[in-house]
Design a protein around this ligand. Structure first.
Ligand code: PGA
Length: 256
Protein backbone atom coordinates (compact mmCIF):
# COMPACT_ATOMS: atom_id res chain seq x y z
CA UNK A 1 0.00 0.00 0.00
CA UNK A 2 2.76 2.45 0.90
CA UNK A 3 6.15 3.18 -0.53
CA UNK A 4 8.66 5.34 1.26
CA UNK A 5 6.38 8.36 1.53
CA UNK A 6 7.04 11.95 2.52
CA UNK A 7 4.43 14.67 2.64
CA UNK A 8 6.12 17.92 3.58
CA UNK A 9 4.65 21.32 4.36
CA UNK A 10 6.61 24.47 3.60
CA UNK A 11 5.10 27.35 5.52
CA UNK A 12 7.37 29.96 3.87
CA UNK A 13 6.18 33.26 5.41
CA UNK A 14 2.59 32.18 4.83
CA UNK A 15 1.65 31.60 8.47
CA UNK A 16 2.86 34.74 10.17
CA UNK A 17 1.02 34.65 13.49
CA UNK A 18 2.35 32.53 16.35
CA UNK A 19 -1.09 31.66 17.70
CA UNK A 20 -2.24 30.49 14.29
CA UNK A 21 0.97 28.49 14.01
CA UNK A 22 0.26 26.72 17.31
CA UNK A 23 -3.30 26.00 16.25
CA UNK A 24 -2.17 24.50 12.93
CA UNK A 25 0.29 22.23 14.71
CA UNK A 26 -2.28 21.12 17.27
CA UNK A 27 -4.92 20.40 14.63
CA UNK A 28 -2.62 18.42 12.35
CA UNK A 29 -1.23 16.61 15.36
CA UNK A 30 -4.68 15.50 16.48
CA UNK A 31 -5.41 14.14 13.00
CA UNK A 32 -2.11 12.27 12.87
CA UNK A 33 -2.41 10.86 16.38
CA UNK A 34 -5.66 9.29 15.37
CA UNK A 35 -4.00 7.54 12.41
CA UNK A 36 -0.74 6.76 14.17
CA UNK A 37 -0.93 2.97 14.13
CA UNK A 38 -1.64 2.95 10.42
CA UNK A 39 1.00 5.47 9.43
CA UNK A 40 3.96 5.06 11.75
CA UNK A 41 7.08 3.86 9.95
CA UNK A 42 5.42 4.28 6.56
CA UNK A 43 5.15 7.99 6.07
CA UNK A 44 7.17 11.02 7.10
CA UNK A 45 5.52 14.39 7.62
CA UNK A 46 8.08 17.18 7.85
CA UNK A 47 6.80 20.68 8.48
CA UNK A 48 9.22 23.50 7.74
CA UNK A 49 8.64 26.40 10.12
CA UNK A 50 10.17 29.87 10.16
CA UNK A 51 13.12 30.15 12.57
CA UNK A 52 11.23 32.20 15.13
CA UNK A 53 8.55 29.52 15.57
CA UNK A 54 10.95 26.63 16.09
CA UNK A 55 10.72 27.08 19.85
CA UNK A 56 7.37 25.25 19.66
CA UNK A 57 9.47 22.14 20.05
CA UNK A 58 9.60 23.01 23.75
CA UNK A 59 5.82 23.26 24.08
CA UNK A 60 4.04 20.69 26.21
CA UNK A 61 1.83 19.36 23.41
CA UNK A 62 4.86 18.70 21.26
CA UNK A 63 6.11 16.10 23.72
CA UNK A 64 3.25 13.93 22.58
CA UNK A 65 3.87 14.71 18.99
CA UNK A 66 2.77 11.94 16.71
CA UNK A 67 4.33 11.97 13.28
CA UNK A 68 5.12 15.61 12.59
CA UNK A 69 8.83 16.29 12.16
CA UNK A 70 9.92 19.89 12.63
CA UNK A 71 12.24 21.24 9.95
CA UNK A 72 13.72 24.66 9.35
CA UNK A 73 13.24 26.55 6.07
CA UNK A 74 16.85 27.64 6.00
CA UNK A 75 20.17 27.35 7.81
CA UNK A 76 23.42 29.26 7.86
CA UNK A 77 26.49 27.95 6.09
CA UNK A 78 28.68 29.21 8.95
CA UNK A 79 29.21 27.72 12.40
CA UNK A 80 29.70 29.32 15.80
CA UNK A 81 31.22 32.77 15.79
CA UNK A 82 30.72 36.48 15.16
CA UNK A 83 27.98 36.21 12.54
CA UNK A 84 25.19 38.60 13.44
CA UNK A 85 21.78 37.33 12.44
CA UNK A 86 22.84 33.82 11.44
CA UNK A 87 21.14 30.64 12.63
CA UNK A 88 23.59 27.75 12.75
CA UNK A 89 23.09 24.03 12.36
CA UNK A 90 23.96 23.49 15.99
CA UNK A 91 21.32 25.97 17.16
CA UNK A 92 18.74 23.99 15.21
CA UNK A 93 20.04 20.64 16.30
CA UNK A 94 20.08 21.44 20.01
CA UNK A 95 16.48 22.59 19.72
CA UNK A 96 15.44 19.21 18.28
CA UNK A 97 14.95 20.31 14.67
CA UNK A 98 15.32 17.36 12.28
CA UNK A 99 16.59 19.09 9.16
CA UNK A 100 16.22 21.98 6.77
CA UNK A 101 15.09 22.91 3.29
CA UNK A 102 18.02 24.03 1.13
CA UNK A 103 18.14 25.41 -2.39
CA UNK A 104 14.52 26.52 -2.54
CA UNK A 105 13.91 28.63 -5.63
CA UNK A 106 12.78 31.57 -3.51
CA UNK A 107 16.15 31.53 -1.76
CA UNK A 108 17.96 31.11 -5.06
CA UNK A 109 16.10 33.73 -7.05
CA UNK A 110 14.85 36.29 -4.51
CA UNK A 111 17.74 36.13 -2.04
CA UNK A 112 20.51 35.33 -4.50
CA UNK A 113 21.75 32.01 -3.09
CA UNK A 114 24.06 30.27 -5.54
CA UNK A 115 25.06 26.64 -5.95
CA UNK A 116 28.25 27.12 -3.96
CA UNK A 117 26.40 28.48 -0.92
CA UNK A 118 23.77 25.77 -1.25
CA UNK A 119 26.52 23.16 -1.33
CA UNK A 120 28.00 24.55 1.91
CA UNK A 121 24.60 24.43 3.62
CA UNK A 122 23.93 20.85 2.49
CA UNK A 123 27.38 19.74 3.60
CA UNK A 124 27.18 21.30 7.04
CA UNK A 125 23.73 19.79 7.63
CA UNK A 126 24.77 16.29 6.58
CA UNK A 127 28.00 16.48 8.58
CA UNK A 128 25.83 17.17 11.62
CA UNK A 129 23.45 14.28 10.94
CA UNK A 130 20.59 16.56 9.97
CA UNK A 131 18.12 15.80 7.17
CA UNK A 132 18.13 17.86 3.98
CA UNK A 133 15.29 18.62 1.60
CA UNK A 134 17.31 19.77 -1.40
CA UNK A 135 15.22 21.69 -3.96
CA UNK A 136 16.05 21.82 -7.65
CA UNK A 137 14.05 23.16 -10.56
CA UNK A 138 14.23 25.06 -13.82
CA UNK A 139 12.81 28.48 -14.68
CA UNK A 140 10.30 28.89 -17.48
CA UNK A 141 12.76 30.37 -19.96
CA UNK A 142 15.13 27.49 -19.27
CA UNK A 143 12.39 24.96 -19.97
CA UNK A 144 11.27 26.80 -23.08
CA UNK A 145 14.78 26.84 -24.46
CA UNK A 146 15.15 23.08 -23.92
CA UNK A 147 17.62 23.42 -21.06
CA UNK A 148 15.65 21.71 -18.27
CA UNK A 149 17.91 18.67 -17.99
CA UNK A 150 21.09 20.72 -18.15
CA UNK A 151 19.85 23.03 -15.37
CA UNK A 152 18.77 20.13 -13.16
CA UNK A 153 22.04 18.31 -13.72
CA UNK A 154 24.07 21.40 -12.83
CA UNK A 155 22.06 22.17 -9.71
CA UNK A 156 22.37 18.58 -8.53
CA UNK A 157 26.07 18.14 -9.22
CA UNK A 158 27.11 21.53 -7.83
CA UNK A 159 24.79 21.30 -4.82
CA UNK A 160 26.08 17.83 -3.91
CA UNK A 161 29.77 18.41 -4.61
CA UNK A 162 31.82 16.41 -2.12
CA UNK A 163 28.76 14.71 -0.62
CA UNK A 164 29.01 10.94 -0.39
CA UNK A 165 26.41 9.91 2.14
CA UNK A 166 22.86 10.24 0.88
CA UNK A 167 21.01 8.59 3.76
CA UNK A 168 19.58 11.87 4.97
CA UNK A 169 18.96 13.43 1.59
CA UNK A 170 15.53 14.10 0.13
CA UNK A 171 15.36 15.82 -3.25
CA UNK A 172 12.39 18.03 -4.13
CA UNK A 173 11.88 18.72 -7.83
CA UNK A 174 10.14 22.08 -7.99
CA UNK A 175 9.87 23.70 -11.41
CA UNK A 176 10.08 27.42 -10.63
CA UNK A 177 7.32 28.27 -13.11
CA UNK A 178 4.82 26.02 -11.29
CA UNK A 179 5.46 27.38 -7.79
CA UNK A 180 2.78 29.63 -6.36
CA UNK A 181 0.84 29.84 -9.62
CA UNK A 182 -2.05 27.57 -8.67
CA UNK A 183 -1.27 25.35 -11.65
CA UNK A 184 0.95 22.30 -11.12
CA UNK A 185 3.01 20.93 -14.00
CA UNK A 186 1.53 18.33 -16.35
CA UNK A 187 1.90 14.73 -15.29
CA UNK A 188 3.75 13.72 -18.44
CA UNK A 189 6.38 16.43 -17.94
CA UNK A 190 6.68 15.31 -14.34
CA UNK A 191 7.22 11.68 -15.37
CA UNK A 192 9.97 12.82 -17.72
CA UNK A 193 11.69 14.94 -15.07
CA UNK A 194 11.37 12.13 -12.53
CA UNK A 195 13.06 9.59 -14.74
CA UNK A 196 15.84 12.04 -15.63
CA UNK A 197 16.58 12.88 -11.98
CA UNK A 198 16.47 9.22 -10.89
CA UNK A 199 18.80 8.34 -13.75
CA UNK A 200 21.29 11.02 -12.70
CA UNK A 201 21.35 9.68 -9.15
CA UNK A 202 21.81 6.10 -10.33
CA UNK A 203 24.58 7.00 -12.73
CA UNK A 204 26.50 9.61 -10.74
CA UNK A 205 25.93 8.51 -7.15
CA UNK A 206 24.97 4.82 -7.48
CA UNK A 207 21.78 5.66 -5.63
CA UNK A 208 18.88 3.43 -6.66
CA UNK A 209 16.26 4.51 -4.18
CA UNK A 210 16.36 8.29 -4.14
CA UNK A 211 13.59 9.85 -2.07
CA UNK A 212 12.13 12.28 -4.62
CA UNK A 213 9.32 14.77 -4.04
CA UNK A 214 7.39 17.06 -6.34
CA UNK A 215 6.63 20.67 -5.40
CA UNK A 216 4.82 23.46 -7.25
CA UNK A 217 1.15 24.31 -6.67
CA UNK A 218 0.36 20.89 -5.25
CA UNK A 219 -3.33 20.68 -4.38
CA UNK A 220 -5.65 17.97 -3.11
CA UNK A 221 -6.57 16.83 -6.63
CA UNK A 222 -3.12 16.78 -8.20
CA UNK A 223 -1.91 14.65 -5.33
CA UNK A 224 -4.01 11.73 -6.60
CA UNK A 225 -2.48 12.07 -10.05
CA UNK A 226 1.00 11.96 -8.61
CA UNK A 227 0.18 8.93 -6.53
CA UNK A 228 -1.43 7.07 -9.40
CA UNK A 229 0.80 8.03 -12.31
CA UNK A 230 4.34 8.58 -11.08
CA UNK A 231 6.87 6.90 -8.84
CA UNK A 232 7.41 10.06 -6.79
CA UNK A 233 7.81 9.47 -3.06
CA UNK A 234 5.70 12.43 -2.11
CA UNK A 235 5.29 16.17 -2.23
CA UNK A 236 6.52 19.46 -0.84
CA UNK A 237 3.45 21.62 -0.40
CA UNK A 238 3.44 25.39 -0.02
CA UNK A 239 0.31 27.50 0.10
CA UNK A 240 -2.19 24.62 -0.01
CA UNK A 241 -0.78 23.53 3.36
CA UNK A 242 -1.14 26.86 5.11
CA UNK A 243 -4.37 25.79 6.76
CA UNK A 244 -4.48 22.62 8.84
CA UNK A 245 -7.57 21.44 6.96
CA UNK A 246 -5.89 21.95 3.61
CA UNK A 247 -2.84 19.95 4.64
CA UNK A 248 -4.91 17.16 6.21
CA UNK A 249 -6.89 16.82 2.97
CA UNK A 250 -3.66 16.42 1.01
CA UNK A 251 -2.41 13.74 3.39
CA UNK A 252 -5.73 11.91 3.14
CA UNK A 253 -5.81 12.03 -0.64
CA UNK A 254 -2.28 10.73 -0.92
CA UNK A 255 -2.49 7.80 1.42
CA UNK A 256 -6.08 6.61 1.44
P1 PGA B 1 3.42 26.16 -3.64
O1 PGA B 1 4.92 26.15 -3.09
O2 PGA B 1 2.83 24.82 -3.29
O3 PGA B 1 2.76 27.30 -2.95
O4 PGA B 1 3.52 26.33 -5.11
C1 PGA B 1 5.70 25.00 -3.11
C2 PGA B 1 7.11 25.34 -2.68
O5 PGA B 1 7.60 26.39 -3.09
O6 PGA B 1 7.75 24.57 -1.94
Amino acid sequence: MFRNLVIASNWKAGIDDYNLALQWLKDVNIFLKDKEDLLRGKIRIPVALPYCFLGVLNCEFFRELSLLEVFSQNVSHVGKGAYTGEVTVKMLKTLGVRGAIVGHSERRHIFGEDDELINKKISILLENDMDVIFCVGEKLEERNSGRTQEVLYNQISKGLKGVNNFDRLIVAYEPVWAIGTGVPMGIRDLQEAESFIREVFKREYKLENLCLLYGGSVNKDFIKDIRGNTGMNGVLVGSASWTADGFIKIIENFIF
